[in-house]
Design a protein around this ligand. Structure first.
Ligand code: COA
Length: 280
């Protein structure tokens, strides 16, 4: 992709920078705790399009500017105002929001990591759960606060939470609205790691580097395979994953499976149990 595409990003409601293969994507309304308004929604759709085509972005990290990851959907600009406007515009906004927050993000062709740097409420769980991996600061604060507003966690929040957490934990937090911190988020499986704030970014960078050593085409097939197979019967999943394996091998331009086999069996130059084959 050309530099012009990247330059076309507004860089207002969402900031994007690419450093050493990592695309840092920050929701950027710190004064509103990065609550998701239409500006964020439509910019995020554009950001995902641009980063998909940008070869210098190998891993995408989702985070927030300031001291919040995201305070969820903007009650005024995402709900109250659009609800009072045209039904078609309301529908268009919902569609665009679903597109970036889970339809596209969950199946995004590049690895994604959520870096939860602070407040994370309601609708923020949608894109947190849609990211492949997640790292939180110990002092981040999570909450399914919808019950406190007299509403249910809608959009796709309830389904995201049901997929990520065990029933007792999911229902506890959905029904009480209690907040919890990073260590609890790690304990219940909502994030992979919770670390002191100073270690959060280095942890994310280390994780991204580990992913960058792997074959990107196969990483893509791995996450597609995971999400689709999960909702299939066992027989369907076996059939689908066998075909997916063949398709991934066929489509892989670097022919990783052959390379790995040669490096292990013939050259005896690496141990696949301990690391990735050499991609160069
Ligand atoms: N929608 C709209 N505006 C929001 C918002 C949201 N989800 N979350 C925060 N804001 C706005 C506040 O209205 C305030 O705006 P103002 O400065 O114009 O008055 C600004 O962001 C700062 O919020 P404030 O409450 O003063 O910050 P805080 O640091 O003391 O508290 C939170 C942060 C996240 C704990 C608190 O803002 C909050 O509880 N927000 C709602 C979170 C929520 O329930 N989200 C789920 C939505 S479905």
């Amino acid at each position: 992709m050309s530099a012009t595409d990247f330059a076309s990003l507004p860089q207002q409601n969402v900031l994007v920078k690419i450093e050493d293969g990592i695309a840092w994507v920050s929701l950027n309304r710190p004064s509103k705790r990065n609550a998701i308004n239409p500006g964020i929604v439509f910019e995020m759709v554009q950001v995902l399009d641009v980063l998909e085509a940008d070869d210098s972005a190998k891993v995408v990290v989702m985070t927030g500017s300031g001291d919040a990851f995201s305070a969820g959907m903007d009650l005024k600009e995402y709900f109250r105002e659009p609800d009072a406007g045209s039904p078609i515009a309301r529908e268009r906004l919902n569609r665009a929001n679903s597109a970036w927050q889970w339809r596209r993000l969950m199946h995004y062709p590049k690895p994604t990591i959520a870096m939860v740097n602070g407040w994370c409420f309601g609708g923020a769980f949608q894109f947190l759960c849609a990211c492949d991996l997640a790292v939180a600061a110990d002092d981040a604060s999570f909450g399914l606060s919808e019950i406190n507003w007299g509403i249910i966690p809608a959009g796709i929040v309830t389904k995201s939470v049901a997929a990520a957490l065990q029933q007792r934990k999911a229902l506890y937090y959905i029904m009480t609205g209690d907040t919890f911190d990073g260590p609890e988020a790690e304990k219940i499986g909502l994030v992979n790691f919770s670390v002191p704030r100073a270690e959060m970014k280095p942890k994310v960078v280390a994780l991204a580097k580990k992913l960058m050593e792997k074959n990107p085409h196969v990483l893509r097939a791995c996450k597609m395979g995971y999400h689709y197979a999960r909702d299939m019967t066992w027989d369907m999943a076996a059939e689908y994953l066998t075909s997916k394996l063949d398709a991934a091998k066929f489509r892989d331009p670097e022919k990783g499976a052959v390379k790995g086999m040669t490096q292990f069996l013939d050259e005896k130059s690496y141990r696949p149990g301990l690391g990735a084959y050499r991609r160069d």
